[in-house]
Write a protein that binds this ligand. Structure first.
Ligand SMILES: Nc1ncnc2c1ncn2[C@@H]1O[C@H](COP(=O)(O)OP(=O)(O)OP(=O)(O)O)[C@@H](O)[C@H]1O
Length: 278
């Protein structure tokens, strides 16, 4: 089956007063109807990779790529108008904190309904029905009550689920989730992951799951891409991660606490300048 997303030689750089900063340095990968984890430490270029795909990088960024294809469409040739159609309808990105993404003065249900109306011809009543269904699908127990709440009236976990509903109501083929579970407690995190899991297995969504949490990605995803200083240094099946070869990945694995093999002291990750050249 053709992949949903195909990326080749993607580069993102910033022109700064101190010279050019290369945030993403020529990476390539594909995402099919699967969960692909993108891990790496802070600053390794994960977010910029996600943003570059949807062209929502900061103004100062320069993005180039050999190939950037979504469902066979060349995104490099898409103009601003086409990109607006693609965002939401074909690919969506959910960011870490829903409080920054939801409009504070608009009821949450209306925001989900509007997200449907932007991409589909429907009456307001039909959009409301669809939004209520979608809220139920992300396991919000009393959708009619929640529909009328404002963002400040919902908890972080519920806000995150509302964001997921809003991003998924236009039925995109690809979802980029950027650290969406980092701020959630374990129970809510499990619920959010279960929702994403359903979407991948039942609806055939492609998921690019950005996280700094190697443990989480190893258990939740099908495949894992490990980023270091703007490059993908390791790419493997999640269940093969323990046999990872790159010293950075090995270092990450060694520095993680493990319940089944507790250690008095965890290893400290040592960085080798040679990894930058790899
Ligand atoms: N506006 C900017 N100007 C200059 N450099 C920038 C700018 N925004 C980001 N960068 C650079 O891009 C690099 C990658 O940032 P990115 O946000 O993709 O990292 P990340 O892996 O997602 O980290 P985090 O988990 O902290 O979000 C950073 O190291 C930073 O140096």
């Amino acid at each position: 089956m053709d992949p949903i997303l195909r990326v080749e030689d993607l580069r993102v750089s910033f022109d700064t007063p101190r010279g050019v900063v290369q945030a993403v340095r020529g990476i390539g990968f594909e995402v099919g109807r699967e969960r692909v984890g993108l891990v790496g430490e802070s600053g390794s270029g994960k977010s910029m990779t996600g943003r570059a795909i949807l062209r929502i990088t900061p103004r100062a960024a320069t993005v180039t790529a050999g190939k950037l294809e979504l469902q066979g469409e060349n995104l490099l040739a898409a103009d601003a108008k086409r990109m607006r159609q693609i965002r939401g309808r074909h690919a969506s990105m959910i960011l870490q904190d829903p409080k920054f993404s939801l409009n504070p003065v608009m009821r949450v249900g209306t925001q989900v309904a509007e997200s449907f109306l932007v991409h589909h011809k429907a009456t307001k009543a039909q959009a409301r029905e669809r939004a209520l269904e979608m809220l139920a699908q992300v396991r919000i127990r009393d959708p009619k009550r929640v529909y009328d709440l404002y963002p400040h009236e919902v908890s972080g976990g519920m806000g995150q689920r509302i964001m997921i509903a809003m991003m998924l109501i236009p039925e995109p083929a690809l979802l980029i989730a950027d650290e969406i579970t980092s701020a959630l407690d374990v129970t809510v995190r499990t619920q959010v992951l279960a929702i994403l899991d359903d979407l991948v297995t039942q609806r055939g969504l492609g998921l690019l799951f950005i996280s700094h949490d190697l443990n989480l990605v190893a258990t939740f995803c099908d495949r894992v891409l490990v980023m270091y200083a703007g490059r993908i240094v390791e790419s493997c099946k999640a269940n093969e991660l323990e046999h990872a070869k790159h010293p950075y990945t090995r270092g990450l694995l060694e520095s993680m606490p493990r319940l089944e093999a507790p250690r008095e002291r965890l290893a400290v990750l040592q960085r080798d300048p040679a990894w930058l050249e790899a």
